[in-house]
Design a binder for this molecule. Structure first.
Ligand SMILES: [Ca+2]
Length: 269
């Protein structure tokens, strides 16, 4: 309710700001005085120019205060003047997991948002919890949560302890179909790779420094895949393979790595 009221007020304030600008210009030419007064529907002989300026100045200050101090200000700016304020949008959390629960050597349990963690493949891989973080106890398959959304979403994962090969898995269907955003300690240390029907393809890769505390993030919009490492964009590719995969999670190929702060959020309002 509060947001709706602010949006309505903002929509009123924007034209007031514009009218004030036009009112100020009337000092240069009388023709614009008529335009401003008629915008309000006021008779020309009962609403002097100075009164117009005074009231519009007051309204303008109030309008600017409202725009500056309200969250909808930038959204209105984007809509009215073509600016960009996507960061102001409230992102909807789909999955969130801090792994802050009892230690376990057999299971990841359930995410903070309720989704139950599973393991891809034959079931021989095991994940667990240690000191509020996730880790792969044994095996080389990936842990996942299943979600209905497969588009307009972002997946983010922290790697507080880097083992040498830690992967953020996304758009998985099974053990033979998935995408990975990987940080590795051999070859090109940062890469985007896909497994399609059991065939592994390195889509793109780059060099760079990888260490403990790395934050991996993938943003999916249609067939566009953007990967960010520690907030910096490293890959931007268009590939429709496994577009409908519902499995999202992580993998530690070497053992000894830790994972934390897993997040899936919607990129659309
Ligand atoms: Ca944690």
């Amino acid at each position: 309710m509060e947001k709706s009221i602010i949006i309505i007020l903002c929509r009123i304030c924007v034209p007031i700001c514009r009218l004030h600008s036009r009112c100020r210009r009337v000092q240069i030419g009388s023709a614009r005085v008529t335009t401003t007064r008629q915008d309000f529907g006021w008779p020309l002989d009962t609403f002097p120019l100075q009164t117009c300026k005074l009231w519009l100045q007051i309204l303008r200050v109030l309008a600017l205060c409202l725009l500056v101090f309200s969250n909808c200000g930038k959204a209105i700016y984007r809509e009215e003047w073509g600016g960009v304020a996507d960061e102001q949008k409230k992102k909807r959390v789909i999955v969130s997991d801090s792994f802050n629960r009892a230690d376990s050597v057999t299971s990841l349990g359930s995410a903070d948002t309720g989704q139950v963690w599973g393991v891809a493949g034959t079931g021989t891989s095991v994940f667990g919890i240690l000191l509020g973080q996730a880790y792969e106890v044994s095996g080389t398959d990936y842990a996942f949560v299943w979600i209905a959304e497969t588009d307009q979403i972002a997946i983010q994962l922290e790697v507080p302890v880097f083992s040498g090969n830690c992967n953020l898995h996304f758009r998985g269907k099974d053990a033979n179909n998935f995408w990975i955003f990987a940080i590795d300690n051999v070859g090109d240390p940062i890469n985007l790779t896909k497994m399609v029907d059991g065939t592994l393809t390195f889509v793109t890769s780059t060099t760079g420094s990888v260490s403990n505390g790395a934050i991996l993030r993938v943003e999916l919009r249609g067939c566009n895949i953007i990967a960010l490492l520690n907030g910096t964009r490293v890959f931007n590719v268009t590939d429709c393979d496994i577009h409908g995969g519902n499995l999202y999670g992580f993998l530690d190929n070497n053992g000894g790595g830790r994972f934390d702060s897993f997040l899936i959020e919607s990129l659309s309002e």
